[in-house]
Design a binder for this molecule. Structure first.
Ligand code: ACO
Length: 325
């Protein structure tokens, strides 16, 4: 019998400290940085974001999301034999956030590692977990996207600090004899490193270079829309499907205008697009599983529907996963 992987539960978590645009505008004004609710909403669609308190790490946000996903899947942490965490804001240089999360969950002993593909991280992690389940290397995986992007924001740079937030999302992916994940498509092009990066690193006990996020927003925007369309089309082709087969697009939640452009290119109306960016801003690798969990729990998406998940981010990395829920 052919072996597939299928999502059996979703979960997410946003830290309680929520800043509306008005809160952020006031905080930034106190630092001499001028922005406005109107500018942020018009250019990005973001209304609020959540920031983790000091001492709270990606593994803590990931833990809460993972526990919700496990509960939804009706299984215990000890039933998991693979943990993959997608993050660009790990708790430590090493060990991986996946190992730290594994211990907090009490799933000690299973395989655990991080995937670093910035905002495409969850798409990469889901594809790796799917491949490991299909080959028999794992039976039940926890795939988590968790980020504390507030730690790498430059609050003097209004072109970036208004865009991002903290959060986590997770899915339980398990072996199944009916298809869940139908196809996926991953890409990267390292020549675009400079348009979106955190160029600093740790060396000899000091931080060398700049440890804060740098982005050429317009270059990212232009690249993102074309790459998302090509990844979506390549994934549909692999599954012998077309735009018309998509019930829901669950895109990386970076910017409403990127989502609108992608939907237009795929001839999908915006009521087929899951949008949560207004509530949490860009949470990088956490944004797709956060949006997915919101859509599942609110009853927006239903069992048996066909979902196209897609992401793009620093690297440059991009990809898509087509699945039957
Ligand atoms: N508040 C007020 N004014 C601002 C702000 C702000 N927060 N930021 C920039 N401006 C000003 C600029 O200084 C500029 O002023 P000027 O015309 O007097 O020079 C004006 O607004 C326009 O700036 P642009 O950079 O041209 O604004 P743009 O329309 O391109 O919007 C944005 C900027 C939102 C970053 C856009 O380029 C974008 O969405 N890029 C995609 C990037 C993205 O979503 N990245 C997320 C991470 S990557 C990923 O997840 C895919």
């Amino acid at each position: 019998m052919k072996r597939y992987s299928r999502i059996s539960g979703t979960g997410s978590y946003l830290p309680p400290h929520r800043l509306t645009n008005a809160d952020l505008v006031a905080d930034l004004a106190a630092k001499g940085v001028e922005t406005s609710h109107e500018w942020i909403v018009e250019r990005t669609g973001i209304h609020a974001r959540h920031f983790a308190d000091d001492g709270v790490f990606s593994s803590d946000l990931g833990l809460a999301a993972a526990q919700n996903a496990l509960q939804a899947a009706g299984c215990a942490a000890q039933d998991i034999d693979l943990i993959i965490v997608a993050t660009s804001t790990p708790d430590m240089v090493f060990p991986s956030t996946a190992c730290i999360l594994q211990n907090k969950l009490g799933a000690n002993g299973c395989a655990a590692f991080d995937v670093q593909a910035v905002c495409s991280g969850f798409i990469y992690a889901l594809t790796v977990a799917d491949s490991m389940i299909k080959t028999g290397a794992a039976n039940r995986a926890l795939v988590v996207g968790a980020e504390v992007f507030s730690r790498i924001l430059d609050f003097k740079d209004r072109t970036t600090c208004v865009l991002f937030g903290d959060g986590a999302g997770a899915v339980v992916l398990e072996a199944s004899d009916t298809p869940g994940i139908l196809a996926s498509d991953l890409h990267a092009d390292g020549k675009y490193v400079d348009i979106l990066c955190v160029p600093g690193h740790v060396s000899g006990g000091a931080i060398l270079g700049d440890p804060l996020l740098k982005m050429d927003g317009q270059a990212v925007f232009k690249l993102a829309v074309g790459l998302l369309e090509s990844a979506a089309r390549a994934t549909l082709t692999k599954a012998n499907m077309t735009d018309a087969d998509i019930d829901w697009l669950v895109p990386h939640q970076a910017n409403i205008r990127i989502m609108q452009s992608t939907a237009r290119k795929l001839k999908l109306s915006m009521d087929k697009v899951v949008v949560t960016v207004d509530q949490h801003g860009n949470t990088s690798a956490a944004s797709i599983p956060l949006a997915l969990d919101f859509a599942v729990r609110s009853g927006q998406v239903k069992l048996g529907e066909t979902l196209l998940l897609e992401g793009v981010g620093g690297g440059f990395t991009w990809g898509a996963v087509l699945l039957s829920l």
